[in-house]
Design a protein around this ligand. Structure first.
Ligand SMILES: N[C@@H]1[C@@H](O)[C@H](O)[C@@H](COP(=O)(O)O)O[C@@H]1O
Length: 243
């Protein structure tokens, strides 16, 4: 694992966008799984700028959705896929065959897990997994206590995730379960980037990077990845020097 601290969120976002473009320039048919959440939004805007400026050709790439609230879909404001479509997939004008997301409204959620597991397997694994970190250290929707060995699965959401998740919605919304790419896919990904931004995440980031590697702190799995990058802004990294 390598760690880099950027002065601010804008610099972090520009660097990350250029890095994603570099991965695709090296492997035009790359399979990418990119997080929802507030943290990477500016990265996606910068990446769209690079595509529109012809700095990278995405016509052969495939994108996999990372996670979703059960019962919600891309058309629902506040869903995970709503933001990824709004900020990335739609502005990129991707063909339908380039995008694979969980249908979290499906009757058979296990089949949805098998569907995404199969896409990842068929493409020989993820070339890039870009994730954020929840306030309880979750990665995607892998909550504390999730085995590192799981592939895609359905999860009961932690209280903290339900509370913090309200920020994505206009009004109070009932969230109970999630469907998510698992940490086995993180372990097997050729490269993983964890983006962390803001002072409120600083204590969790310190525990994830300086504490023990444990399933109780999902983000600690980054410590085990040979090609794992943890990229943070100064506010998020503010407690690391003190450890
Ligand atoms: N499902 C998402 C995750 O995929 C995201 O990475 C994380 C951090 O989100 P944010 O960047 O908004 O802090 O929490 C949410 O629950």
């Amino acid at each position: 694992m390598t760690f880099h601290q950027f002065p601010d969120h804008a610099t972090l976002s520009q660097y990350t966008a250029e890095h994603i473009a570099a991965i695709i320039n090296q492997k035009p048919d790359a399979l990418l799984c990119l997080a929802s959440g507030d943290t990477p939004i500016e990265t996606y805007h910068r990446f769209v700028d690079l595509v529109k400026a012809d700095k990278v050709d995405i016509s052969q790439c495939t994108f996999v959705g990372l996670d979703e609230w059960v019962g919600f879909g891309p058309e629902d404001f506040g869903s995970c896929s709503y933001y990824v479509f709004r900020d990335l997939f739609t502005p990129l004008n991707l063909r339908p065959d380039q995008v694979h997301v969980f249908d979290a409204k499906a009757d058979d959620l296990q089949a949805e897990c098998a569907k995404i597991d199969a896409v990842i397997k068929a493409k020989g694994g993820l070339d890039l997994l870009l994730v954020g970190m929840g306030m309880n250290g979750h990665i995607a929707l892998n909550e504390p206590g999730t085995p590192f060995t799981l592939g895609c699965h359905v999860v009961d959401l932690a209280e903290s995730t339900i509370t913090v998740g309200q920020k994505y919605f206009e009004k109070e919304t009932s969230l109970t379960q999630g469907i998510t790419v698992g940490l086995r896919h993180l372990t097997e990904a050729k490269e993983v980037i964890l983006l962390v931004s803001g002072a409120k995440k600083a204590p969790v980031l310190r525990d994830a990077l300086r504490g023990p590697i444990t399933e109780e702190m999902p983000a600690s799995i980054l410590q085990t990845h040979a090609n794992g990058q943890v990229w943070v802004d100064e506010a998020a990294g503010s407690l690391l020097a003190d450890v």
